[in-house]
Design a protein around this ligand. Structure first.
Ligand code: SF4
Length: 426
């Protein structure tokens, strides 16, 4: 059985091609061999291909735009096609183990996979949208606007399904665990269990879209997306397909800890947005917290960034987790400003979210502001990420699998049972 969500529209059209029938086929059979027959055959083949492409488009609309997940309900498909689909292609669903909402509106979902592994996805509302008179006002998030939100009996807050948020970002996982072992990240402590298949990645977004009008996707959940680059490329193609999920390339962001060759591979096949988990101003510092830097040091990483075909008005986001007394000085900020020179970039500062398994501490608010000011004075857009969902361990660096590896489970068993998974920085 093939999973529907593992197929791009082109894959699906190819799969359906042998089922295409056109009335000219009988005439072709009766024609004598010769040049005319070959030319006619080419025309018939073209017509059959067009038919299978049209059917693939129809099916994509049914599943990704009308959220229909049963073949029998796709009433404009021929009955024999529906029967064939029922026997050969399965529309995958993720099993929701639980959904939990933070006081700030962030919603975390734990999904159970076929092999009993679990992954998390998070919905992060960005700002409250209100209509005052004829004006639509987006209130900047301040952490207080969202308090007091109650979940309904279905477990999903009604506000997520209404047009009341300026942005609803889906933060999704690319692997069960992660092999990159970044020292500040709970997922890194867990180690890698396995990479997700294309349908497991795509279906996280599909399930969330069935529950809320998602506007943005970030690959910042569990795992290093570029360690699973082939599957992520295909998933992105489905998300960007105008007959599929129809996301703009600006609204889908792949975040990486710095797998240099895979950055190039990604951009050979898709042009989603890129975020780099930088977190340091020197190689020595970076290698101490991100082992990936020993293989691909900062200079190589930034060279790869310079080669990304960004296009007009697009920038690479550099994420920088601020760790108290480690990488948070004004000198660090000056060095970051210098190293990013010439790269269209913005910097997203993330004050560390403390967790019991980490030696690192969160810097003071003043230190964060001072760091930001240095970057702004150098002419960069530098934002401070207000971490969302900290009360349900859905914030950056706090995600991990509920049923982690022995390594992770032993070391952080205080998390198991209270919450699960991700939302890391890459
Ligand atoms: S920050 Fe990202 S790359 Fe690093 S260990 Fe965590 S999930 Fe993996």
């Amino acid at each position: 059985m093939i999973y529907f969500q593992s197929l791009t529209k082109t894959d699906l059209a190819e799969l359906l091609l042998p089922l295409s029938r056109v009335k000219e086929e009988r005439a072709l059979r009766d024609m004598p061999d010769g040049d005319d027959k070959e030319a006619f055959r080419a025309k018939v083949d073209k017509k059959k291909l067009k038919q299978s492409q049209m059917r693939a488009q129809q099916i994509f609309h049914w599943v990704y735009q009308r959220y229909v997940v049963e073949w029998d309900l796709m009433t404009d498909l021929a009955k024999d096609l529906r029967e064939w689909l029922k026997e050969n292609v399965k529309i995958f669903r993720l099993e929701e183990s639980y959904a939990k909402q933070s006081l700030d509106g962030t919603f975390k979902f734990l999904w159970k996979l076929h092999d009993a592994k679990t992954i998390e996805s998070v919905i992060i509302p960005a700002a409250l949208r209100e209509k005052i008179g004829d004006e639509v006002i987006d209130t900047l998030e301040d952490g207080k606007r969202y308090s007091g939100i109650e979940t309904n009996s279905a477990g999903l807050n009604q506000d997520l399904t209404e047009d009341s948020w300026a942005r609803l970002t889906a933060c999704i996982s690319s692997q069960v665990g992660c092999a990159m072992a970044c020292k500040f990240c709970l997922t890194g402590v867990q180690g890698l269990d396995r990479s997700l298949e294309v349908h497991e990645v795509v279906t996280q977004v599909h399930e969330l879209r069935m529950r809320a009008p998602i506007t943005n996707i970030v690959f910042m959940g569990m795992g290093e997306p570029l360690h699973n680059v082939k599957n992520i490329i295909k998933a992105c193609q489905i998300m960007l397909d105008e007959d599929g999920m129809n996301f703009s390339k600006r609204k889908v962001t792949v975040s990486t800890s710095g797998l240099v060759p895979a950055i190039e591979e990604l951009y050979q096949h898709t042009d989603v947005s890129l975020a780099i988990s930088l977190n340091s101003s020197t190689d020595e510092q970076r290698s101490a917290i991100m082992p990936v830097n020993k293989k691909w040091p900062i200079a190589e990483l930034l060279n790869a960034c310079r080669k990304v075909p960004l296009g007009a008005h697009r920038r690479i986001t550099f994420e920088y987790v601020l760790l108290k007394d480690f990488n948070d000085t004004a000198e660090d900020a000056h060095r970051v400003a210098k190293m990013l020179k010439g790269i269209p970039s913005k910097v997203n500062l993330i004050p560390f979210n403390e967790h019991s398994g980490s030696e690192f501490k969160r810097p003071s608010d003043q230190t964060v502001l001072d760091f930001q000011n240095v970057l702004v004075k150098h002419g960069y857009t530098a934002t401070v990420r207000i971490s969302r969902g900290r009360d349900i361990l859905a914030a950056c660096g706090q995600l991990r699998s509920l049923f982690g590896t022995a390594r992770g489970t032993e070391k952080h068993k205080d998390y198991v049972g209270s919450s699960a998974v991700t939302n890391t920085t890459n």
